[in-house]
Every structure is written in structure tokens, then in C-alpha cells.
Design a binder for this molecule. Structure first.
Ligand code: CA
Length: 253
């Protein structure tokens, strides 16, 4: 099952074998159990500004920029896009609500997985649509010794967020600079993406990177496969438990 998924990927990219050197982790719903808070805050914000937006819908838009989500809802509800001022006001409102939420816990299994990834000689990176300023300090507090500033791609780095490939393409560039000290991008066979949301999976797949889905939310597995996931684990703990085998298969496929 793993072998055939890996071979299928290699064949589709015309690659001979994998040589995984970096693992690009999404943050919300992967490293932190934060989607509940995001869904609630988006629901309250949209309601405050006169839009209908149930909490579950937030999971479908997960990974999109704030302005991207607001515009889709505005088009649907009013038939025209939101102005830049509206987007800013709504994103600010949502951010303030989010700041009042209890801090999300690390996802069970995440730290264990990160340590295993590192132990197998693979460099963990973070690629997120989030623009929270305290991101790095939170990551360092919850996952000490794992992440570095120059190995992160955030909302500040990209123009076109997920589902566009830009965040992950930039991850390949930052990985190349860090690991090889050279400009350019890591070859596709030198990285994997770990994502929980359909748009995030689409972004990883569009960037051409082997994409591992972890289904930590309320959506059906099929939604993530339809988005193009190469393989799927039911939780971060399951991926942590299965990492050594997966890494072995990736190395030998
Ligand atoms: Ca996510």
C-alpha cells in the first residue's frame, strides 16, 4: 500500500527514487489542535459582519488567507467581493477573538513525530497561512529544539496562499538555502508535505511534493484523497507511530 503509493508518485513525476531531506509541516490542525478555535472565531466574525457561515464551513476553507475566505463568502452572500477595508476590519476582528481563545494544545503525537523525523536525519519546516506574530515562540515552547525562523514560511512570505503552490514552493527554496547554502529549490524528491486540510493538500500536490494527509478534523477521508493526497493517516499519533516504516519505504521504494 505504502510502496505502491510511493511508486505511483515517483512514476508520475518521472523520478527514480525519494531522498527525503525536509518535511514541510502545516501548522493549524497538524502541529496544534487549533481548528476548533479558528472555526468558532470565523463563525462569530462572519455573523458580526452580517454573513452566514457555520463553523463546519471553516474546515473547508482552512488554509486559505483571511481575505480569500472573506471574498468567497461575500460573493456568495452579496454577489460582489469585499473591499480591502472590509477584509482588514474582519480579519482584525477575527484575530482579536482568536487572541482571546484559550491557547490551542499541541496535537497529540506531534512532538513525538517531529523528534522521530529529526532522528531520521530529516529537517522539519513549517509552512503555514497563519500570520500570527508570536508563531515562532509558540513553536519553540511546544516543540523545543525543532524549528528555526529561516525554516518557516508564513502569511508574510507569500502573495498567493494555499491552495496555490507558492507556500510550498517557497518552502523548497528556503530548504535549499538552509541545507545547501545555495539559491534555487530542493528537487521534488527531497521533501514531503504534511497537511490536514483539503486546500493544504491541494497546495502540496500543486507544488509537486509527495503529500501526506493527516485527517484530524470532521471531513471525510475521501475529501483529502480527492484533493490529491498521496497517502493518509487518521491522526498525527498514527503518523508518529508509522513514521519509521514510512521513512523506510520512502528510502527503499
Ligand atoms: Ca491546516
Amino acid at each position: 500500500m505504502l510502496q505502491s503509493a510511493i511508486r505511483k508518485y515517483l512514476q508520475s513525476k518521472g523520478l527514480e527514487k525519494m531522498n527525503v531531506r525536509t518535511a514541510m509541516f502545516d501548522m493549524d490542525g497538524v502541529l496544534f489542535d487549533s481548528m476548533r478555535n479558528h472555526a468558532r472565531c470565523w463563525h462569530l466574525t462572519m455573523e458580526h459582519f452580517g454573513f452566514s457561515f457555520p463553523e463546519w464551513e471553516a474546515y473547508l476553507h482552512e488554509g486559505r488567507t483571511g481575505a480569500g475566505t472573506i471574498n468567497i463568502v461575500s460573493m456568495r452572500e452579496r454577489g460582489y467581493p469585499a473591499t480591502e477595508d472590509e477584509c482588514q476590519a474582519m480579519y482584525l476582528y477575527k484575530s482579536r477573538l482568536f487572541d482571546q481563545c484559550p491557547e490551542a494544545e499541541p496535537m497529540p503525537g506531534a512532538f513525538e513525530l517531529l523528534k522521530k523525523v529529526k532522528a531520521s536525519g530529516v529537517t522539519p519546516m513549517v509552512v503555514t497561512g497563519s500570520g500570527q506574530k508570536i508563531l515562532l515562540s509558540r513553536l519553540q515552547k511546544s516543540f523545543p529544539g525543532i524549528f528555526r525562523q529561516e525554516l518557516m514560511v508564513t502569511a508574510y512570505d507569500v502573495k498567493k496562499g494555499k491552495p496555490y503552490p507558492e507556500p510550498y514552493l517557497m518552502g523548497l527554496e528556503k530548504g535549499r538555502r538552509f541545507l545547501d547554502g545555495e539559491p534555487g529549490s530542493l528537487p521534488l524528491n527531497q521533501s514531503v508535505v504534511i497537511e490536514n486540510a483539503p486546500l493544504g493538500v491541494q497546495a502540496g500536490v500543486a507544488a509537486g511534493v509527495f503529500t501526506i494527509a493527516v485527517n484530524t478534523g470532521p471531513l471525510d477521508d475521501q475529501v483529502l484523497y480527492d484533493a490529491g493526497a498521496n497517502i493518509l493517516y487518521p491522526s498525527m499519533q498514527a503518523l508518529a507511530d508509522g513514521w519509521d516504516q514510512l521513512f523506510h519505504e520512502l528510502t527503499t521504494a
